[in-house]
Design a protein around this ligand. Sequence first.
Ligand code: UTP
Length: 409
Amino acid sequence: MEEKIVSILEKYNQTHLLNYINLLTQEEVEKLKQQILRIDFEELQTLYENTKKKPKIEENKIEHINYTNKEKLSSKEKQELEDIGKTVIKNEHYAVITLAGGQGTRLGHSGPKGTFLLNTKNGPKYIFEIFIDGFKKAKNEYNIEVPWYIMTSKENHKETVEFFENNNYFGYNKNKIKFFMQNELPLLDINGKVILNKEKQIKEAANGNGGIYESFAKSGLLEEVNKKQIEWLFVNNIDNIISNFIDPLLLGLTIKEKQKIGAKSVAKTNPKEKVGVFCKINEKPKIIEYIDLAEELAEKVDENGELLYGEVNIGAYLFNISVLKDLAKIKLPYHAAFKKSAYLKENGEYIEPESPNVYKFESFIFDAFTRYNAISILRVKREEEFAPVKNKEGADSPETAVKLYNAKV
Ligand code: UTP
């Protein structure tokens, strides 16, 4: 290895990589060198050091956040808001971005989550196909083809694009569907060392759905959207198979409230439900995870007996394009999760660990909300808009999601 590479490895405590050289072909060594030069080891080192620090106890002022309950709107109010939203959609100022860069480890499906096949009452349908059905429905209703941008990761990009090609974009206009890839970060073992994958390269993984802001801009799509005069972008998760992603109501509400970000919520079923909820922290909108919400707050109710911290985040957000422009260059905090990951040993053995062995660093899309003073929140009915496919079985599984889907379509 050249001195330059060795000095990087020495500086950042990664010289164990030199022990693998004998296992690698010349071509693999070249690729590894390029990877070493590309990786930001300085940032990685900081991320690793942060895993050992106790989380800072900050003086946070937690308050509940205001929301609009769709159920409680009069038909006149609903009509007024929907009319505002429909004008935006009909004038082609609206697009959808779906986050599909995740690994879907809990589901245990080997391909991208969108390629998972579900047995619905309308026959077998892939998750991506179910989304296309939504776009086709909107085409019938508004007589326009809403553009769809899909965020992939290095791991699943090729397979995702090929899947659409092989299925002829399920009959939707292929020019309206674009893919963009999010960034990756290396995984680090308990000692802060990078690990190697089967291909004998440093193992990296998608850097969380917060990667959207940077990668949407970097891909050139933000510029394209800007040129097309698209003003509003709805962002959802690939795993919600009843996402109502072309909804004039949320648009109308956000525009009427003069906000730049909108989001949908569903009511928390009970104070102990393990979900993130919307709140205000130090006067700014935020999603607080259940672990961080004190029991007494989780149980607090308002004068109508509704949970004060009861607006569950379902990963359904609306952004004005100005927000995506603002956030293209910011750095969101990374959260470390300790996960299982297979790796190559120095003797060439490939190990599938039984328990977690690496830190994975992810940023979250909603961590950007605290940069804004307020967002519009629309509470919708869970059974109408939220059927996630997360786990192989039990809660939030294909079985529970399909049940909800069948009841809706
Ligand atoms: P989840 O947090 O549920 O992760 O993602 P996941 O990867 O789908 O599933 P597990 O945790 O490995 O089982 C919520 C949404 O964010 C996307 C996912 O594709 C999903 O739509 N996501 C997640 C990304 O686009 N990139 C990421 O790096 C992580």
